[in-house]
Design a binder for this molecule. Structure first.
Ligand code: SF4
Ligand code: SF4
Length: 440
């Protein structure tokens, strides 16, 4: 976390113009000043000036998606990401409070037992691919027998825990541990080698979307890259970092940095928007760390590239075969707002013969996934998911392309809730299908 002087400087850049308000999904939902970026900056300022973190203030911070749409909208360049990151740490650690009114925080400003238990369950599961994988067999059984649908209709899981209800609703169908077999440690470049790149396999991506990782490795190899996929890589720390669990995030970051340093690669390519964004933040996360970690983190952050960003940088060499389909492209917030990558994926997709790209009407608005937001704030996430599903359906496209596993799960679940279904694919899968001349 930045020191308080740096946070004060960042907060001072806000001139209270309000240009960010219409872009903010939580302001769109509730039209409450304190659920807008400007309101949250005001709360950060109050705390920096010595006020206690009240339960109500903490709830406004918790309700922030961390989508960074406000940063794209802000003409003054306010570094809201640094401010909300600090606010999340304060909230996670808990502070004394005289205020009440939050479901998640008790009167003393600490999280309630129920909220702590929910968070403990989430953070002892999702960042660990092996634990997630162990869940795939029971999940498949529940889905095969239709028990998941019966449970959802009964509303029982949601009554036991809103997190459980949301998790069951979001779980992708047909996941199998067998499909998630590890990729080889090295996938050689096809043709002339142009680069040696490392590839992050991720947690949710590797367990629920192994086909995306396989497609990513094939696309990179087809574009002339030796792809190094270090064994034993775990979570990059994105979920922890974006939830105020700074020490945990720093541990994950150190492990990830060490793995990729050993690989000796020119770049580290990441196909999950949230992970890429977090790895680019390693430099800031470990800025004050000793034993050389600050320098190592800065070097690693400099090597991290989103897949589309990297492919646009090196330029295409692999032949594209026609893929006659109309596809809607969904901008993941951690790609569009946090990494400012919107042009590259569109250019890559438009270069596929036969593919027509449709723009989603509210492309800059979060779908409600936002890391673990849809587990912890299921009501708001469901509302945002429903709005996004409507926008996607308005394009009329039979295919949705998304570069973030959380967004794919969230939008598919929102479509299913309306009784609709369209195919959802990652940019890597679409490029792979075109390069290999196979249908999606
Ligand atoms: S964050 Fe930026 S856009 Fe929002 S009120 Fe402050 S200066 Fe204006
Ligand atoms: S990060 Fe997203 S939800 Fe949070 S204040 Fe900014 S625009 Fe609103």
């Amino acid at each position: 976390m930045q020191d308080e002087d740096a946070l004060r400087e960042a907060a001072k850049d806000c001139v209270h113009c309000g240009f960010c308000l219409p872009a903010c999904p939580t302001y769109q939902l509730w039209a409450e000043e304190m659920d807008s970026p400007r309101g949250r900056i005001y709360l950060v300022n109050q705390i920096l000036d010595g006020a206690s973190l009240t339960a109500t203030a903490a709830e406004h911070f918790d309700r922030c998606l961390g989508c960074m749409a406000c940063m794209t909208a802000c003409p003054s360049g306010v570094q809201y990401d640094q401010l909300i990151e600090a606010a999340r740490v304060w909230t996670e650690e808990g502070r004394s409070s005289a205020d009440t009114g939050s479901a998640a925080l008790a009167e003393d400003g600490k999280r309630t037992v129920r909220d702590r238990a929910a968070r403990a369950a989430i953070f002892s599961l999702f960042p660990y691919p092996r634990r997630l994988r162990a869940l795939t067999a029971p999940l498949r059984t529940v889905q095969r027998t239709g028990l998941d649908r019966r449970l959802a209709r009964s509303g029982l899981p949601g009554r036991v825990s809103p997190v459980l209800g949301a998790a069951l609703r979001l779980a992708p169908p047909g996941v199998s541990a067998a499909a998630a077999r590890p990729l080889p440690e090295r996938v050689p470049a096809l043709g002339t080698r142009r680069a040696v790149v490392g590839m992050l396999t991720g947690c949710v991506q590797s367990v629920f979307f192994p086909q995306v990782n396989a497609a990513t490795a094939r696309v990179l190899a087809a574009e002339g890259c030796d792809v190094i996929i270090p064994r034993g890589q775990g979570c990059c720390g994105a979920l922890s970092l974006h939830s105020g669990r700074e020490a945990e995030a720093a541990d994950f970051a150190r492990r990830t940095i060490a793995r990729f340093e050993q690989a000796g690669v020119d770049a580290v390519v990441v196909n999950s928007a949230g992970c890429g964004s977090a790895m680019k933040e390693y430099e800031r996360l470990l800025a004050g760390a000793d034993a050389g970690w600050a320098e190592r983190a800065a070097e690693m952050s400099g090597k991290v590239r989103d897949l589309a960003e990297f492919l646009a940088e090196i330029g295409p060499v692999a032949r594209r075969h026609p893929l006659p389909v109309t596809a809607a492209y969904h901008d993941a917030c951690h790609l569009a707002h946090a990494q400012r990558i919107t042009r590259q994926p569109r250019e890559l997709l438009r270069a596929i013969p036969g593919l027509t790209l449709a723009e989603v009407p509210d492309a800059g608005t979060c779908c409600g996934s936002a890391g673990v937001y849809n587990l912890l704030q299921p009501q708001a996430a469901t509302e945002l998911g429903a709005r996004k599903a409507e926008s996607v359906l308005a394009t009329g496209a039979p295919l949705l392309i998304s570069a973030n596993p959380g967004c794919s799960l969230q939008i598919a679940s929102a479509l299913a809730a309306r009784g609709e279904h369209i195919a959802v694919a990652h940019t890597a899968e679409v490029l792979d299908a075109s390069i290999r001349g196979r249908p999606l």
